[in-house]
Design a protein around this ligand. Structure first.
Ligand SMILES: [Fe+2]
Ligand SMILES: [Fe+2]
Length: 290
């Protein structure tokens, strides 16, 4: 337990994160870095970027509500202090992706309207399943929902986005890299803390398994919508833009159709869930395919 506490202490967080990989950054990227001209000048690409970033803001707002809400549900001081660091990480993620919306031309007074217009209803349902556990102060379910399911998803989605965009958009790539480093820490906490709690409360498992199945369903429905509505690939082809040949999970993303990308992402995330849940002693439930 003491190793666990020092790994997730505020001191450790300060040294590795604000004084470490975020040192010298501004809203998660290098000062002066901007979105590429191509993106800002083309309405189709810009709208796709706005729609994608809105999903990130929605997901991060949920993570902020969950991590802060779980502080007062935590059974021990170490978890409370750790969750205070995560709360600040998530608030920062909300801020940097909100800032990206401004960089993409969203006016500040339009922000909430733009978020409402583009927020995927399936992602909103996904968030509601988790926040209901948090509202009931159900710490064990809340941490599995947040630090295993939500963040396991975010982690894989951000890694795919990083592979897709860092070459053409170094600013967004840098923002994603910092966020991925944060999410890695959050996922680690979930596994480390919950494994022992679930041994104490094995009767929680069926409820957690149902939650995972339900959240996974809404997640897959969100992926399906996102890949099917995304115009970026077709527009890039029309413009004669060469697609970057970046590797994700051993696959060249530069040759995949949107449907194939959706399959790779869904398989990656579900495999991750299975592995991580297995480590904490929860049996993975295969979701229905939307
Ligand atoms: Fe986050
Ligand atoms: Fe997170």
């Amino acid at each position: 337990m003491s190793d666990f506490l020092s790994a997730y202490s505020i001191q450790n967080w300060l040294e590795s994160c604000p004084q470490g990989y975020l040192d010298g950054t501004e809203f998660g990227h290098l000062p002066g870095e901007g979105e590429p001209e191509l993106l800002l000048e083309n309405d189709i690409l810009r709208e796709d970027a706005i729609a994608t970033t809105v999903q990130m803001v929605v997901g991060e707002r949920c993570a902020l509500a969950a991590s802060s809400g779980l502080i007062n549900a935590a059974p021990d001081e170490g978890s409370r202090r750790y969750l205070a660091t995560q709360t600040l990480d998530e608030a920062r993620h909300v801020e940097i992706f909100t800032h990206r919306l401004y960089d993409l031309g969203v006016r500040k007074d339009q922000l909430e309207d733009v978020i409402r217009r583009y927020a995927n209803p399936n992602l909103v349902r996904f968030a509601e399943v988790l926040l209901e556990k948090v509202d009931r102060k159900d710490f064990v379910s809340g941490v599995v929902g947040q630090n295993v399911v939500l963040e396991g998803m975010a982690f894989s989605v951000f890694e795919m986005m990083h592979a897709l965009s860092s070459e053409l958009n170094p600013k967004f790539g840098r923002t994603l890299a910092g966020t991925i480093a944060d999410e890695r820490r959050h996922v680690g906490f979930g596994e480390n803390r919950i494994g022992s709690l679930l041994k104490q409360y094995p009767e929680k498992k069926p409820e957690i398994e149902r939650m995972q199945k339900e959240m996974s369903y809404w997640m897959l429905a969100t992926f399906a919508d996102s890949f099917r509505h995304n115009q970026t690939q077709a527009e890039m082809e029309r413009l004669g833009q060469e697609r970057p040949h970046s590797d994700y999970q051993g696959v060249d993303l530069g040759v995949l159709s949107p449907e194939q990308m959706e399959d790779v992402l869904a398989d990656t995330v579900l495999k991750e869930f299975k592995t991580r849940l297995g480590r904490i002693g929860v049996e993975y439930q295969t979701p229905a395919r939307p």
